[in-house]
Design a protein around this ligand. Structure first.
Ligand SMILES: [Zn+2]
Ligand SMILES: [Zn+2]
Length: 212
């Protein structure tokens, strides 16, 4: 985070960075953290907290439901912490509706189990950035130990996430390209556009040195 002298009150905008497995979200978020001012608050990924914390990751429907409900509620409460510090932007690493892409039953069942609706959940977010998962030949990344999906399954999840967020009125798609720095630059441009004027002139004008 870049220190920011802004002391204005911010109307916090909640945004989501989503995408299928292997889309490069984690690396892009690292660049966002280093490039934008301290009033852009990046939340951790609920699934990583839940599974990284030892929640059983089993493939049977009952365990998948339990895991997705745990992730849903962790996400809700992460967002509550994000609202607490006069952030200009709270950037969520996926949102509450992403769980539907991993749900072992119907969408109706997901909404009944979470006690909400797609419309209500989409309204939680001012804007959405979807990083597309690269096809296998474009360098799908399996280095994250929490990722166990194959490239084909990852593409399928990416397509599901794409459909789930489709009704959102302010969704930006960042297509999979060979170079993740292009994705990072595209994501930063979207975020800079969302930053209020009071903070916008404090953000760095160039990407930091990363792997080049
Ligand atoms: Zn500001
Ligand atoms: Zn700021």
């Amino acid at each position: 985070m870049v220190a920011c002298p802004c002391s204005e009150h911010h109307d916090t905008r909640r945004m989501v960075l989503t995408g299928g497995p292997g889309a490069g979200k984690t690396a892009v978020l690292e660049i966002v953290r280093r490039s934008l001012c301290e009033h852009v608050r990046v939340l951790p990924e609920a699934a990583s907290i839940v599974f990284g914390g030892g929640f059983p990751r089993e493939d049977d429907p009952q365990c998948r439901r339990a895991a997705q409900l745990a992730i849903f509620h962790v996400q809700r409460q992460l967002e509550a912490t994000g609202d607490a510090h006069n952030a200009a932007i709270v950037l969520c690493d996926r949102g509450t509706v992403d769980g539907l892409a991993y749900w072992p039953a119907s969408a109706e069942d997901f909404w009944a189990s979470t006690g909400t609706t797609l419309e209500a959940e989409l309204e939680r977010y001012d804007a959405v950035v979807h990083l597309r998962t690269p096809a296998a030949e474009q360098g799908y990344n399996r280095q994250n130990p929490v990722r166990i999906e194959s490239a084909a399954a990852a593409a399928e999840i990416d397509a599901r996430i794409l459909r789930i967020w489709a009704p959102h009125p302010r969704r930006h798609l960042v297509e999979a390209s060979g170079d993740f720095l292009d994705k990072a630059a595209a994501t930063l441009a979207i975020l800079r556009h969302e930053l209020p004027e009071c903070c916008a002139h404090h953000v760095r004008s160039a990407l930091p040195e990363v792997g080049r």
